[in-house]
Design a binder for this molecule. Structure first.
Ligand SMILES: Nc1ncnc2c1ncn2[C@@H]1O[C@H](COP(=O)(O)OP(=O)(O)OP(=O)(O)O)[C@@H](O)[C@H]1O
Ligand SMILES: [Mg+2]
Length: 230
């Protein structure tokens, strides 16, 4: 449905599956290809308290990976301390987030002609994000193509198929599914990538378990799919 890709919405099958990992790899890869990236993690809970400030760790990682010269407030305008659902965290802070407000914060200060909008959601595709909507509603409001990240583990096929169906039901353009190894696995019998390739007609990529500071680039084929559409 999207004519020209000028951004991506990174969603997941759940929280903690590797959305930031994938988003930072993508930001670095785009930067290497001389594409300016405007990263957004519009809503982040579980922020670290530093004096009077709340530090959103995902947003900091995205800003650094993208080499973004905009402010951290532009990357992450809505920050909350408790590591809970953003909607509940916002309530506790006497704030009300709406999908429109959050979508506007994503696109504000972005140069549509020159910048690639890279948005990381919060939690999974159906995780609540605002008073009036889920992550799915933000993705729809932004009309961005979607990358789905899943933890590569036993049971992930179910998670991926449910999420794929949800993304399709919102008529969004699913660019790829990424199976991300957030832990080492020594199960030689499991091959979720192969199994998913037999079940869905979307490109599936694997990101291995990366030891700290281990150099790794986003799979070139995935980057090319994205670059082809910019
Ligand atoms: N391929 C990988 N290799 C090693 N560690 C990984 C890998 N992917 C993710 N991790 C680690 O797993 C944890 C969760 O990853 P990440 O923060 O990217 O998930 P997320 O989906 O962005 O989570 P959240 O829902 O909190 O935004 C982090 O500690 C991250 O460093
Ligand atoms: Mg994250």
């Amino acid at each position: 449905m999207t004519k020209k890709m000028n951004g991506i919405f990174i969603t997941g099958t759940n929280t903690n599956v590797g959305k930031t990992q994938v988003a930072t790899l993508l930001a670095r890869a785009l930067q290497k290809n001389n594409i300016s990236v405007a990263p957004r993690k519009p809503v982040e809970s579980g922020c670290i308290v530093d004096g009077n400030e709340l530090i959103p760790q995902d947003a900091v990682a995205l800003k650094n990976a993208a080499g973004y010269s905009g402010s951290l407030a532009q990357v992450c305008p809505f920050r909350f301390e408790p590591p809970i659902s953003p909607v509940r965290a916002a309530h506790l802070a006497n704030q009300a987030l709406t999908t429109e407000k959050v979508a506007q914060a994503c696109t504000a200060n972005v140069n549509e002609e020159k910048e690639f909008l890279l948005v990381e959601g919060a939690g999974g595709f159906y995780s609540p994000l605002c008073e009036d909507g889920l992550n799915a509603d933000l993705a729809q409001a932004l009309k961005l193509p979607v990358i789905l990240v899943a933890q590569d583990k036993l049971g992930c096929i179910n998670d991926v198929l449910l999420s794929v169906q949800a993304i399709q039901s919102r008529e969004l353009n699913l660019v790829a599914v990424i199976l991300n190894q957030t832990a080492t696995t020594d199960n030689p019998y499991m091959n979720n990538e192969e199994d998913l390739n037999n079940l869905i007609n979307y490109p599936v990529f694997n990101i291995p378990y990366l030891q700290q500071n281990m150099p790794f680039s986003l799979p070139e084929k995935l980057l090319n799919i994205i670059l082809d559409k910019i």
